[in-house]
Design a protein around this ligand. Structure first.
Ligand code: ADP
Ligand code: MG
Length: 301
């Protein structure tokens, strides 16, 4: 197959591993910076260009679109979908997953366990908003944060009120969430491919920190999932419409709670913690599933 990876940096671990795995399995693979791709959108035949030339046809596209370029990156991916390339994850599913609130709304509709979450815009609603999630301590999250940045633990009601007021004053979009204390600063990253969790790791926050992100100094270790955790992770990925996803779960005393679903999960932490060849499994998924014009939305979303 001829595969394109949409990634701004060919030397990133995940990009390198996917290139390696594809070449090992006899595929031709190019790394394309999505910001360098530009598009001709017209009624007859749309096309994608780079460096003054039309790109060749790719059978599959692996999007590795950074959070800071979601808008442009998903537009490029949509264009690939329109010319019939099979996307590992669809553009609509990526856009959905990048908005934490929208994701939780979709997951809640399917009855998937979530930390109780509130969303409001007016300062007069702050007291009720805080009560809705069970009072302090509580977590406040910017809707488009990533790598733990934009996630705040407010330990007291007073702290919660002032942080919420500040965010409202800045007109930033954020949500307020029940703090799952019993998770003990740990969460479980489940790597889902298709309808299976193929690797999982526990991430533990460093001392004095509640965010377990590896980028915030968290450490990874092997973990054995319960059947309920496995089922929850697969259902969450499916609900988002993602073929490949990193589903983050908190272990609460009332079962697994999904915190977020990542559409471009990093491979470095999970391959190292589990010693699994995740990159090859992604390529194998494409070999089994890629077909021209086989997207749920045909780039319409
Ligand atoms: P990001 O997209 O920035 O990674 P997350 O929603 O995943 O944001 O939150 C970052 C980390 O903060 C999580 O990995 C988890 O360790 C911790 N965390 C987030 N929400 C909660 C919560 N409701 N209760 C307990 N810990 C939480
Ligand atoms: Mg996270």
């Amino acid at each position: 197959m001829r595969i394109a990876i949409l990634s701004r940096n060919a030397s990133l671990y995940s990009t390198r591993r996917l290139v390696e795995a594809a070449e090992e399995r006899g595929h031709e693979i190019d790394v394309l910076n999505p910001l360098r791709c530009y598009m001709n959108i017209n009624a007859r035949e749309s096309s994608i260009h780079k460096h003054g030339k039309e790109l060749p046809h790719y059978d599959c596209v692996i999007p590795r679109i950074g959070a800071s370029v979601t808008f442009y990156g998903t537009a490029v991916l949509r264009q690939f979908e329109m010319v019939g390339s099979y996307p590992l994850n669809e553009s609509v599913a990526i856009s959905r997953s990048r908005d934490k609130l929208r994701s939780l709304q979709l997951l809640s509709r399917k009855g998937i366990g979530l930390p109780t979450t509130g969303f409001a815009s007016q300062p007069q609603d702050i007291p009720d908003l805080i009560d809705m999630v069970g009072g302090a301590p509580l977590v406040i999250k910017l809707l488009e944060g990533t790598q733990g940045i934009g996630v705040v633990l407010a330990e007291t009601r007073q702290a919660a009120e002032s942080v919420i007021e500040a965010f409202m004053g800045l007109h930033s979009n954020f949500m307020v969430q029940e703090y799952i204390k019993e998770a003990g600063g740990a969460d479980i990253r489940c790597l889902v491919i298709g309808d299976k969790v193929i690797a999982a790791m526990k991430r533990q926050a460093k001392a004095g920190e509640f965010r377990s992100n590896l980028h915030r100094g968290g450490s990874a270790s092997l973990v054995k999932l319960t059947p309920a955790e496995r089922a929850t992770a697969v259902k969450a990925a499916k609900t988002m419409g993602l073929n490949v996803a990193g589903v983050d779960i908190l272990r609460s005393n009332h079962g697994p709670l999904v915190m977020e679903v990542n559409s471009s999960p990093g491979l470095e932490g999970i391959e190292q913690a589990t010693e699994k060849d995740v990159a090859s499994q992604i390529i194998t998924f494409l070999e089994k599933n890629a077909k021209a014009h086989k997207t749920r939305t045909k780039g319409q979303g």
